[in-house]
Design a protein around this ligand. Structure first.
Ligand code: HEC
Ligand code: HEC
Ligand code: HEC
Ligand code: HEC
Ligand code: HEC
Ligand code: HEC
Ligand code: HEC
Length: 345
């Protein structure tokens, strides 16, 4: 296997080798164990043996080409497993991911560059191609791979396409909105959502959405309240989630995940009458009055001062009761002392 892969690397003058042509490959082959050592590409001599060697080489070439029809992950990792920087793919982490048993070309269906000559998967179908076209502003390296998710997660892609996020990327052609991997993290190391390592684990969602929604620039550009995150975090729900209450709602419990809509869209689960059902998932018997309790908006000044007034009232009642209790304890003690003293007389 190793030998075959090395031949691939050589014959597809790839990896970090520039395209140097046949002779260098031949020279490399010659160093391979078991490969004819006296093979000479400058077939000047009439030696029969050289011709036979060439036949062997051509045969190997053919076999290697056939093997290239569906390169497996090991073929790619041979280079990418040891490359530096963003093009590195950690073999161990990849193997442990939900897609760890896949060949890389199931997503990377069409690779560019001389180093990848002959290394491609099946031809992408229309759905993938048209999606890939829609994603080019956001997914610059391999939009085809980003679009490949639709092959196996078609319902999710359908929801995403109509969401405020999908529209932002695919219709507005903006690079601000999220694609699948913006929320799910590196495409190579995706974990099931039940894992604490997943970017969309219940307890990690706030941070994942926050990576954009906490950005002032985004809030200004799209006109949503810059206090969304802050208000959520200081809410009863946010605080409960932070201390590990698995029943407390994260962003996705109220907004959904793939079909998120603007609060100007009547289909949004957080507008108007829809709120009753959304809150009702956890608060059975939620009424329109109850559901008005939760919002990301800064409280109205009147509500704000009412809240402060309520706090002052509560505190003063508490202080009053404490003083009252202390005074009566004092009175009790004084009474008893007085009585005791009285009996001695
Ligand atoms: C012979 C070594 C080699 C093999 C084998 C190889 N690659 Fe690459 N790959 C490279 C090099 C070199 C680059 C360019 C890196 C750079 O630009 O810094 C690259 C870049 C890429 C990129 C980024 C594309 C871009 O334009 O920046 C992707 C995606 C990729 N490879 C996927 C694969 C997949 C999938 C396979 C297996 C089917 C594979 N590679 C096999 C050497 C290889
Ligand atoms: C589940 C689909 C999927 C699988 C499987 C997959 N990739 Fe990727 N890969 C992607 C996506 C999506 C991107 C990002 C493309 C973009 O941003 O335009 C990517 C990006 C890359 C890049 C470029 C990274 C960068 O930042 O420059 C390399 C290199 C790469 N993949 C190699 C591999 C190798 C090697 C394998 C197999 C071990 C593999 N991929 C398996 C989906 C996948
Ligand atoms: C805005 C962020 C976001 C984007 C964009 C996104 N996802 Fe998700 N995804 C989530 C969240 C959050 C969950 C967890 C939902 C839950 O716990 O109910 C999730 C769950 C999933 C699941 C697990 C099954 C399920 O339905 O719960 C799959 C599979 C998935 N996403 C695939 C995708 C694909 C494919 C795309 C691209 C079309 C994508 N996601 C885009 C946030 C996102
Ligand atoms: C060749 C088919 C295939 C492709 C392509 C593919 N997936 Fe998956 N994906 C699966 C399978 C199979 C599972 C594991 C079974 C499951 O949980 O649904 C999975 C699981 C997942 C999960 C975890 C679901 C969970 O349990 O929480 C996410 C998230 C996900 N995929 C996202 C993506 C994204 C994003 C892409 C594109 C970059 C993609 N997938 C491409 C087949 C695929
Ligand atoms: C308990 C339910 C609930 C949770 C949890 C929740 N939201 Fe909201 N969200 C709402 C409601 C209701 C609205 C409608 C507008 C309003 O009342 O603020 C809204 C509106 C929004 C808006 C639009 C605001 C605007 O000014 O246009 C954004 C963006 C948003 N939420 C993001 C998030 C993010 C990010 C999280 C997680 C950190 C989150 N939400 C958690 C209920 C929730
Ligand atoms: C990559 C950045 C990014 C991520 C990650 C992201 N969003 Fe957004 N979100 C945006 C942008 C940009 C918009 C504005 C889209 C538009 O109006 O064109 C938006 C819009 C929204 C809106 C509608 C706001 C309105 O106008 O009413 C809601 C709600 C929302 N996002 C919730 C979420 C939630 C919940 C998550 C996490 C599951 C999330 N977003 C993850 C970038 C992001
Ligand atoms: C995913 C489940 C879930 C959703 C959805 C949800 N909540 Fe909650 N909510 C909780 C939990 C859990 C608590 C904490 C209860 C406790 O510990 O007593 C809570 C507490 C509250 C409280 C404070 C305590 C109380 O019961 O009076 C209010 C008010 C509240 N939620 C309103 C809302 C509103 C309004 C919505 C819809 C916009 C909503 N919730 C959506 C789970 C949820």
């Amino acid at each position: 296997m190793a030998a075959t892969t090395s031949m691939v690397a050589c014959l597809l003058p790839g990896g970090r080798l520039p395209r140097i042509g046949f002779s260098i490959c031949h020279a490399q082959y010659a160093t391979f164990e078991g490969f004819p050592k006296n093979l000479n590409i400058n077939v000047k001599g009439e030696s029969m043996r050289n011709w036979m060697n060439i036949a062997v080489l051509l045969f190997t070439l053919f076999a290697v080409q056939a093997a290239n029809a569906a390169p497996d992950a090991a073929t790619c990792l041979n280079c990418h497993g040891s490359m530096e920087g963003s093009v590195n793919v950690n073999q161990e982490k990849f193997a442990k991911s939900v897609h760890g048993s896949f060949d890389c070309v199931m997503c990377h269906m069409a690779l560019k560059g001389a180093q990848h000559q002959g290394l491609s998967g099946g031809a992408p179908d229309k759905a993938v191609l048209s999606l890939a076209n829609g994603l080019t502003t956001k997914s610059k390296i391999d939009p085809m791979a980003q679009a490949a998710c639709v092959n196996c997660h078609p319902d999710i892609y359908q929801a995403y396409k109509t969401s405020v996020h999908g529209q932002n990327v695919m219709v507005k052609k903006s690079s601000d909105g999220p694609v699948c991997t913006s929320c799910h993290g590196s495409p190579h190391y995706i974990q099931p959502k039940t894992s604490r390592e997943s970017a969309v684990n219940h307890f990690n969602i706030v941070q994942t959405c926050g990576s954009c929604h906490e950005e002032k620039m985004m809030a200004e550009k799209y006109g949503f309240s810059p206090q969304v995150m802050e208000r959520y975090k200081e809410s009863f729900h946010g605080r409960k989630l932070k201390v590990g209450h698995s029943g407390a709602p994260s962003c996705a419990d109220c907004h959904g995940a793939h079909d998120i809509r603007s609060d100007k869209d009547p289909a949004s689960p957080v507008v108007g009458a829809n709120k009753v059902a959304t809150c009702g998932k956890c608060h059975s018997g939620a009424t329109p009055k109850f559901v008005a309790a939760i919002t990301h908006k800064a409280p109205h000044p009147i509500a704000h001062y009412t809240e402060i007034a309520l706090i002052i009232l509560t505190v003063s009642v508490f202080v009053f009761i404490c003083v009252h209790v202390l005074l009566s304890i004092y009175a009790e003690i004084r009474d008893r002392l007085f009585k005791k003293g009285g009996s001695h007389e």
